[in-house]
Design a protein around this ligand. Structure first.
Ligand SMILES: [Fe+2]
Length: 455
């Protein structure tokens, strides 16, 4: 996970530290908010949401350990990772930090060199340590009560349902990390419930544990054949149940992690080569250098503001980084021409979205981003190219890229004109809202730029 578009709160009473950390993290694309003491930090942490909080130890009003404890005891901030930044690095100080619930501890002297690496690690860990949810499906009130109590005490988040039908409705709303189900239930029994879960590709990986009685042995075998993970015989001991669930979840998570890592590394290799092509293309004309990277940073911030899932933001960033991949098919005499293009040359240049999309069609891992490449020159009013799409017919990612692309193009030097000032560029973007550019995307963009003046 990288730091880009991560919302970070820095709490430190030293203005110098706040300033240098803010600069360091903003350069990596993070959105940084700073507070000058623990009390102010707590107030901000409770009123906005952050991916990470970094705090000093000795501060007026409320110190770092106390702040950390307060954050960990508040349901709104309990899961937000906290990094303690301190001038002391004695074992005792470090221990105190962890006791207060901190995820990591860095000494101030190492901060400049270690901070970014530590943040990446902490963010990776927290995205995999999200609260684990177990769905308990049983028609017996007593069993639901006992199992819920036992599992909650062990730190699981527990949802309950009284039969398979109700369970299915709950899975539809939120996919649990594990399902624990009885067999004999009214409306929909455990066998049909298990079948529904295991035949849906989105749910099939969720471990399904059957709670059975001795007399139901043959039914259990059928359910295991259908994909149930394992079974536990009633009456069971709650400690034994917790251990079984923990083991299953850790295996399950490891498997998911492995699958994800394998896919990621395959995709990364492929992407690295595509991105290097785009970088090489951009490197050939001075004014385009770093353009796509900058566009990617902006759309990532916009995606976050739109509450897109992290996986979607990752894909959106890739799309932005390679949106001009099609340049590879445009002859140099047009692509690198220093002056304005003739009508014929412009017509060739306008082929680049089609060419870029075409290159990606042979690549199944990247098929989701094809519309973003193909449509990044469409206009909201329908006057763009290559397909003349309008409004929501244009893929959202393409509409977002169009806004960031326009802004970055305006604020950079082009062979035929000098760079516009940021203010002038924002004025021009506002004029394009609703005709050339998607109004919703422009609003999100303006909000982002206003909040992060140095973008
Ligand atoms: Fe383009």
């Amino acid at each position: 996970m990288d730091i880009d578009a991560t919302r970070i709160l820095i709490v430190d009473d030293s203005a110098v530290v706040r300033k240098s950390l803010t600069k360091l993290l903003e350069e990596s694309g993070a959105e940084v908010t700073a507070a000058e003491d623990g009390e102010k930090g707590l107030e901000i942490a409770l009123s906005q949401s952050f991916d990470l909080i970094i705090t000093d130890v000795e501060m007026p009003k409320l110190g770092g350990y106390a702040l950390c404890l307060k954050l960990k005891n508040n349901p709104a901030t309990r899961t937000t990772p906290v990094i303690i930044l301190s001038t002391q690095d004695s074992d005792e100080a470090i221990e105190r930090g962890f006791q207060a619930g901190a995820t990591a501890y860095i000494s101030k002297s190492d901060a400049m060199s270690q901070l970014k690496k530590t943040i990446e690690k902490v963010l990776d860990k927290s995205s995999f340590k999200q609260e684990r949810t177990v769905l308990v499906v049983d028609d017996s009130k007593t069993i639901r009560f006992l199992v819920e109590k036992g599992l909650s005490e062990a730190g699981f988040h527990v949802l309950t349902a009284t039969n398979g039908k109700e369970g299915l409705a709950m899975v539809n709303i939120r996919v649990p990390d594990l399902i624990l189900s009885d067999i004999n239930m009214p409306e929909m029994n455990g066998i049909d419930f298990c079948k529904q879960i295991k035949t849906n590709p989105e749910w099939t990986k969720v471990p399904f544990v059957v709670m059975s009685s001795h007399s139901e042995r043959s039914l259990v075998r059928g359910m295991i054949d259908q994909g149930a993970t394992t079974y536990i015989v009633k009456p069971f001991n709650l400690d034994q149940l917790v251990v079984t669930i923990e083991n299953l979840l850790s295996d399950h998570f490891l498997q998911l992690l492995e699958d994800k890592e394998r896919l990621d590394s395959e995709r990364k290799m492929m992407l690295a080569s595509i991105i290097s092509i785009v970088t090489a293309l951009e490197a050939r004309h001075e004014y385009a250098q770093g353009h796509s990277e900058a566009v990617a940073r902006i759309v990532a911030g916009m995606g976050k503001a739109l509450k897109m899932a992290p996986e979607e933001i990752d894909l959106l960033k890739i799309a932005a980084k390679i949106h001009n991949l099609g340049y590879v098919a445009i002859p140099d005499k047009i692509l690198l021409k220093p002056g304005k293009l003739s009508d014929e040359e412009y017509a060739v240049m306008k082929q680049h979205p089609i060419e870029g999309a075409h290159i990606l069609t042979s690549n199944p891992a990247l098929k989701d981003i094809i519309p973003a490449l193909r449509s990044h020159h469409e206009r909201y009013d329908g006057a763009g190219y290559p397909d003349g799409l309008k409004k929501e017919e244009i893929h959202l990612w393409a509409r977002m890229i169009a806004v960031a692309d326009t802004y970055k193009a305006l604020t950079s030097v082009r062979p035929y004109r000098s760079a516009q000032s940021k203010e002038k560029a924002l004025e021009l973007i506002a004029d394009l809202r609703g005709n050339r550019l998607c109004p919703k995307c422009v609003d999100v963009f303006m909000d982002l730029i206003n909040k992060n003046p140095n973008r």
